[in-house]
Design a protein. Structure first.
Length: 375
């Protein structure tokens, strides 16, 4: 069953970043809307947001709600201001079970930040694309310098400081031209990183990712990574993409937007209070690049009707008839855009299909014959 109500927001605390990643959908893929918004979120926006969350949860009888702090780089806001925000939200939303997550590039993390996250039970996500020859090719500061060595040193220091609570998850944007999938999985294991996701670079049919030569190389990469992961057995790290695709094959609902998760359940709130459906969709232009909704004038779930989410998410006939639809969900919505419509397979369709077929075969091989349904 699809999400009936919005239960999660991505909250943009800042519109600025201390990095200049080449593939970033905010700064280097054609979206300049961040320039018109406040660099740092205001007290007024936070105060109005908590009112909207309370209204939304009361109206829909919700007792759980999630907030993912994002940017730009959210830690630029400063630890004092972030503590104020957490205090305001928890004080003004006392009857709702709140889940907090922050997505950061990690370069500003300190022991004080880790203590604050532990105090308010904030989950940590860190962007890391792999070894230096991978990460430093795209994840650079504003002087063009790579940051991997510095980030790994910070992670090591914070693990030593608080080994019990500092256990972040990681997001990795894959680059099959620079490293094979199995090699990357082994590298993460060598760093003792046991939870991460493999993300496909953002792009669509009118704005392909850099160095695009088709989905074939991503197919090879993902299958290689899956094979390395799968053979690890009980020693395997948690790789969200693989776990979710397997769960989908067994009939579970996938909520990840990167695997076709229902966008009625999530929205983005910008630093000025603007509401949008999915900030990556700004790459598609048109209504998605405009700021027409705001928490000062609209409800949190106003994006559902404004953007006609159900119609927007309608799958192509190819996806509807695909035997592996439950595994990939049609892919990430912005990756389906052709300049007119989203009713297309993802630009990564070949890779997602081949990976799904491979996962199905590998998992099926591990089951006793009596447990395998006849096709």
């Amino acid at each position: 069953m699809k999400d009936k109500f919005l239960t999660w927001i991505i909250l943009k605390l800042t519109q600025v970043c201390n990095l200049n990643c080449t593939y970033c959908y905010v700064y280097n893929r054609g979206d300049s809307s961040w320039k018109t918004r406040p660099a740092i979120i205001s007290h007024d926006v936070i105060n109005q947001l908590v009112k909207r969350i309370n209204e939304h949860c009361e109206r829909n009888n919700l007792y759980d709600f999630g907030i993912e702090f994002h940017g730009g780089e959210p830690l630029i806001i400063g630890i004092g201001r972030f503590r104020e925000i957490l205090q305001t939200i928890t004080r003004e939303i006392p009857t709702i079970n709140l889940t907090f997550v922050i997505q950061t590039n990690g370069l500003l993390l300190t022991e004080e930040w880790v203590d604050l996250f532990e105090e308010y039970n904030v989950g940590i996500g860190i962007s890391l694309d792999g070894p230096e020859q991978i990460t430093d090719a795209n994840r650079v500061d504003h002087m063009g310098r790579g940051i991997t060595h510095k980030l790994l040193a910070i992670i090591k220091k914070l693990r030593e400081y608080n080994p019990d609570s500092f256990s972040p998850g990681f997001c990795c944007v894959v680059n099959p031209t620079l490293i094979a999938g199995d090699e990357l999985v082994r590298w993460f294991s060598q760093q003792e990183i046991d939870s991460y996701d493999l993300l496909l670079p953002d792009g669509n049919y009118i704005n392909y990712p850099a160095h695009w030569e088709g989905a074939g190389s991503y197919s090879d990469f993902l299958i290689s990574a899956f094979n390395e992961w799968f053979q690890m057995g009980a020693r395997a790290p948690r790789i969200r993409k693989f776990e979710q695709m397997i769960l989908g094959m067994f009939g579970n609902e996938i909520r990840l937007d990167s695997l076709g998760g229902d966008l009625k359940g999530i929205c983005v709130v910008e630093s000025d209070g603007g509401i949008t459906v999915n900030d990556v969709a700004r790459l598609c232009g048109g209504i998605f690049a405009k700021d027409e909704l705001t928490i000062f004038q609209n409800t949190l779930d106003s994006h559902v009707t404004h953007f006609e989410i159900d119609e927007l998410q309608e799958l192509s006939d190819k996806c509807k008839s695909c035997r592996f639809l439950s595994s990939c969900g049609g892919g990430n919505l912005p990756h389906r855009f052709d300049g007119v419509s989203f009713k297309n397979p993802s630009i990564y369709c070949e890779a997602l299909y081949n990976l799904s077929e491979h996962i199905y075969t590998r998992v099926k091989e591990t089951l006793p014959e009596s447990a395998v349904l006849q096709e």
